[in-house]
Every structure is written in C-alpha cells, then in structure tokens.
Design a binder for this molecule. Structure first.
Ligand SMILES: [Zn+2]
Length: 480
C-alpha cells in the first residue's frame, strides 16, 4: 500500500489525518503478523524452510489433510491450540505430523516448548542429538525469514492456514476463486500473478483471523517471545553520520569582527540608540550561542538542537522588529519591556515566598535589580504571553521564514519540549535482532550522536547578520 503524501492528509481539529484513519478511526485493529501469528505457525515455517517450497507444500498438504479429517476437532493450525488439547490428542496430532517429516525439522521449537509445556511435543520432536545452540540459531533464522508478513515465505504459510480453513469448511470459495487460489502452490516465485494472489491470500488470512478464537494464544505468545529474548543477544544499531570536517573558526572570527564594528559604532556615536542596542543584543546573544556549540563541542548533541532553535527565535524576532518599526516606532522599547516584565514576574513570585527561599540557578534578587535598573518596577507590567501575542509560527510567516520554521524549527522544538520523537531519536538505540521484536534499548552510554547542527547554525547566523546590517546601514558600517 502506498503511503499518503502530506497534501493527501486532512486537518481535523489540528491533527493531520490520513484517509484511512479518518474513515476507520479507532476501529482499526492492528493485527500483528510477526508478534501474534508467526509464533503460532512457526511449525509450518520450520517445515517449509527445511524442505523448500515445492516439497514443503506437499508435506504440509498431507499433514493438514489428515488433521482436517481427524475425529477430534483440530480447530486451527495454531500451536497454542494444539498445546491446549489433552495429552492423548496431542500425541495423535504429533504422530500425524511426524509421519510426513523428519522429527528433527521441528526440534528448534523445543527451545520454546519444553517438557513442562508439552512432554508429548518433546518426545515427538526432540531426537536428542541436536544441540541447543543449533536449535536456537534455527529458531532465530526462522524468525528472520518469516517475520515480514508480506514476504513470499510468510505468504506461503498464510496460504496453508487458509487452505486448512477451507478443508474444515470454515471458509467457502466460489468455484472460480477456489480454482485460482488453490493453484497458488504450483506458481513459480517469479510468476507476476504471484503478486496478485499473494495480496488476496494475505487479505483472506486476515479475514479468517477475525473469526478465530485466540484464547489460548496469550500465554503461549508471552512465553515464546520471553524465551527468544533470553536465548539470543541484542544486536544494537546506532546511526552514524558523516563527521563535520569544516573548520568554522574563520567564519566565527568574521562574525565577531563585524559585531565588534557595530559595538564601536554604538560606543562612539549611538550609546542610547535603543534600536541599535537591541538589534546588536539579539545578534550577540545568538553569536554567543554559536560559540557555545563550537567551543563546547555541542554540534552533535541534544543541547545543540536547543541552541539552534533559540538562534532561529532570535532571527524571527529581529526581522519582526525591523519590519514593524515603521508602524510602531517604539517597538524596540516595547520588546525590552516585555522581556523585563517576564523577569519581574519571576522575582515577584520569589519575593512573596514566606520562610525559606529556594536555592536554584536563578539569581532572583539580581533579576529584581535588572527590572528596577530598566525602569521603576511600579511602571513595569508583566505580560505572560508571547511578545505582541505572536507565536513563532506566525512570526515566521510575517518575516518570510516559513521554510525555516517548517524544516528546522519544528524539528528542534521536539527536542526543546521533550517530545517522544526527539527522545526516541536521541536516547534510544534500536535492537535489530528480530527475535527481540526490534525493541528499543536505552542509550545509557551516550553512544548515539546526532547529525551536526553547525552548518545550519551558521546559515541562520548569516541571516541574523544580514538583518543586523539593515539596522546599521550607516556610513560607519559600510566602511568597517
Ligand atoms: Zn535486543
């Protein structure tokens, strides 16, 4: 099935929904082949892998035909259903299977089904000369080749399941349909019609599944995966990115030199020019953060992403202030008041605390001094929202930086707000052992490095410098 493109999604209450999700919503039941059905039909998989496709189909055909005619009712080909039957019936089922295969073919399953679970299974399929490591390796190999439910191998197994249900009259086909379907084992894998039949088989197997009683499955599945997990080792995968080999020191020095020239202009000619001071402040704050990435080697870290997001915030704000200045000449002062008001709110909350004051990294008393230094704090209001009530998305639109928002900022925000995507990417490794169901492994030793943020950090920094030049468009700046 082809994945939906973004434009094919529909936004419902702020959520991009696919067509199928919109239609089916919570009715979607994700039946998992690898987790739920593969362990149940693993005995068929072992037979097919041992004897190959043609011979495997012949042997399983004989087995399922006999099972379908047995006096006792074998309701499905699930191993858990076999194991729930009486010892006498189990013996009889295993006898039928043993008649058509070498018992050793199913010996790998004795790593899961021990004598406590089914002594009859062990007697039937554990010849005694197959060592444990070999049996475990064969189970791991089976899971590897059978785990992809849409593979030709898994489709063959799913065909046998359907075939058994047809033999026991649980599903009925029209003549034409059954004629085509039951020709499936005779098709050669490179026959293009296999693709069509394969998707029919997989859909049918899902239909059969919905009518099945899976009451015996839960304990068996838990045991299956628990034992496979314990018997095999993790195979950890960590993403590796090309190391950044660019030396940014020259670029960093050039930025510093330009910022210094603006500092000199302010010192010499405009010591009280709020527009220039605020603009340079925003650019300098960003420059210092880029320096932190370089000097503290943060380029491939989580912190690097938070830094980049902050630099982008600075760019949006600087461009917005420049844009808005014509309409609101005192925008530079308003911007400062908004920020100082935020500091006032923090220090006022601290002042109101009775008794023991908290000791944190926040210098509460110094914040109070900063507020009063800017203006008598009685005249500083405390806004709780965004400056001018504009969130970053709106700011990005206004300053024509939507791409930066869509392709950088949104991603870095996942890191800033500890969203699961960022946590998964940065703090977990993937175990690629199919016997472990591809579980996540916490990256305690901090092995996972991320893609370097430095090229993007300099790209944004360059945009900030361009915005800053527009503020300092004076003869002095041009002559620097
Ligand atoms: Zn693992």
């Amino acid at each position: 099935m082809k994945n939906s493109t973004l434009s094919e999604h529909k936004i419902i209450k702020g959520v991009f929904k696919t067509k199928i999700s919109e239609l089916l919503g919570s009715k979607i039941d994700f039946q998992n082949w690898a987790y739920e059905r593969m362990p149940e039909y693993s005995w068929l998989g072992l037979i097919m892998s041992r004897y190959g496709r043609d011979e495997g189909f012949k042997r399983t055909y004989q087995i399922v035909s006999e099972l379908s005619k047995a006096d006792y009712k074998v309701k499905s080909l699930r191993l858990s259903d076999f194991l729930a039957l009486s010892s006498e019936v189990q013996k009889s089922i295993f006898e039928i299977i043993s008649k058509h295969i070498c018992p050793d073919a199913l010996s790998p399953l004795t790593t899961i089904i021990d004598s406590l679970l089914s002594n009859d299974f062990c007697i039937a399929f554990l010849p005694g000369n197959v060592n444990l490591e070999v049996r475990i390796d064969r189970m791991s190999d089976l899971i590897r080749i059978m785990g992809d439910g849409s593979s030709e191998f898994a489709t063959d197994i799913r065909f046998i399941v359907i075939y058994y249900h047809a033999l026991t009259n649980k599903i009925k086909f029209t003549d034409i349909m059954s004629e085509k379907m039951f020709d499936y084992p005779n098709l050669k894998p490179n026959n293009p019609i296999m693709v069509l039949y394969g998707s029919m088989i997989r859909s049918l197997e899902l239909t059969v599944l919905n009518g099945e009683n899976k009451e015996n499955s839960f304990d068996y599945l838990e045991l299956f995966w628990e034992r496979m997990f314990r018997m095999t080792n993790c195979e950890l995968m960590q993403l590796r990115f090309e190391e950044n080999v660019i030396d940014y020191s020259v670029q960093l020095a050039a930025i510093k030199s330009e910022l210094n020239s603006y500092k000199i202009i302010i010192d010499q000619s405009y010591p009280f020019d709020e527009k220039k001071i605020v603009s340079l402040g925003i650019a300098l704050f960003s420059y210092k953060r880029v320096c932190e990435i370089v000097e503290c080697h943060l380029e491939t870290t989580i912190a690097g992403r938070s830094v980049l997001r902050g630099i982008i915030d600075s760019l949006f704000m600087l461009k917005y202030l420049v844009l808005k200045e014509g309409e609101v000449p005192d925008i530079w002062r308003k911007y400062q008041l908004h920020g100082i008001g935020k500091y006032k709110l923090i220090s006022e909350k601290y002042i109101e605390i009775q008794g023991d004051k908290p000791k944190t990294h926040v210098p509460y008393e110094y914040l109070d001094i900063l507020v009063n230094e800017f203006r008598d704090k009685e005249f500083v209001d405390m806004e709780t929202g965004f400056f001018d009530n504009l969130g970053p998305r709106k700011l990005a639109e206004l300053v024509d930086e939507k791409d930066l928002y869509n392709f950088f900022y949104d991603y870095d925000s996942s890191y800033e707000h500890a969203l699961w995507g960022a946590i998964r990417e940065s703090s977990f490794l993937k175990c690629t052992n199919p016997s472990h169901l591809f579980h996540y492994v916490p990256d305690i030793d901090n092995q996972q490095k991320l893609q370097s943020v430095l090229p993007d950090a300099f790209l944004v920094m360059d945009k900030i410098i361009i915005a800053l030049r527009s503020v300092f468009e004076t003869r002095e700046a041009v002559q620097k």
